[in-house]
Design a protein around this ligand. Structure first.
Ligand code: C5P
Length: 219
């Protein structure tokens, strides 16, 4: 079987990572969460009290840090495990501003392309099919209604025993989608040759099965 690159893009909380992990496991591929890379930089920028509107400082900082994700999806920033820290509300609410910086994206895309070089990858994000791996054999664009996405995130939080405010989640998601879609450099956008799947009323397993059958046809 030929080893492929599978790009999964879509708005915040559309289920990309959950589905990407299932697909990768099934195929024996490596899953790469590019959002975790932007989140790690954002976490570090906040920690070092760097002003995110100072683009030069943010870019210089990125060149000084290492971001590693192990096969169990543990995220390391300069060898320190930041897996949980990068999911905090403060990181979530600042990441899109950091991700609009052109030179930040340039460097991230270089790192991501290197990870995808050998194929056999499932990569999720916002610009994978359009910019990072434009020649990916399979491109999926996952969407779901804002209401459904907020509801899923809300239930996830409640299961983890976290405080959760549905209306707040909804407005945060809308705000992040707006910034990600309207930014100048590689905005969130469906690639012309991507297959769109609306997951609003579908189960995770159903979505993963649909993607796997698309993949089978390309092998
Ligand atoms: O995927 P996740 O929601 O964790 O991504 C966090 C943020 O990182 C996104 O809202 C977006 O601003 C940024 N991002 C990006 N390009 C990617 C992946 C994530 O701009 N490929």
């Amino acid at each position: 079987n030929k080893k492929l690159a599978i790009a999964i893009d879509g708005p915040a909380a559309a289920g990309k990572s959950t589905v990407a992990k299932i697909v990768a496991k099934h195929l024996g591929y490596v899953y790469i969460d590019t959002g975790a890379m932007y989140r790690s930089l954002t976490y570090s920028v906040l920690k070092h009290k760097i002003d995110a509107s100072n683009h030069t400082q943010v870019v210089n900082h990125l060149h000084k840090i290492t971001i590693d994700i192990d096969p169990d999806q543990q995220v390391y920033l300069d060898q320190e495990n930041v897996t949980d820290d990068i999911r905090s509300d403060v990181v979530t609410n600042n990441v899109s501003a950091v991700a609009t910086i052109a030179q930040v994206r340039e460097e991230m895309v270089l790192r991501q392309r290197k990870l995808a070089e050998k194929r056999g990858v499932v990569m999720d994000g916002r610009d994978i099919g359009t910019h990072v791996i434009p020649d990916a054999e399979v491109k999926i664009f996952l969407v779901a209604s804002v209401k459904e996405r907020a509801q899923r995130r809300h239930e996830e939080n409640q299961q983890k025993g976290f405080h959760s405010d549905l209306e707040q989640i909804k407005s945060d998601i809308e705000q992040r989608d707006k910034m990600d879609s309207e930014r100048e450099v590689s905005p969130l956008k469906k690639a012309a040759d991507a297959i769109e799947i609306d997951t609003t009323s579908l189960s995770i397993e159903n979505v993963a099965d649909q993607i796997l059958s698309i993949v089978q046809q390309k092998m």
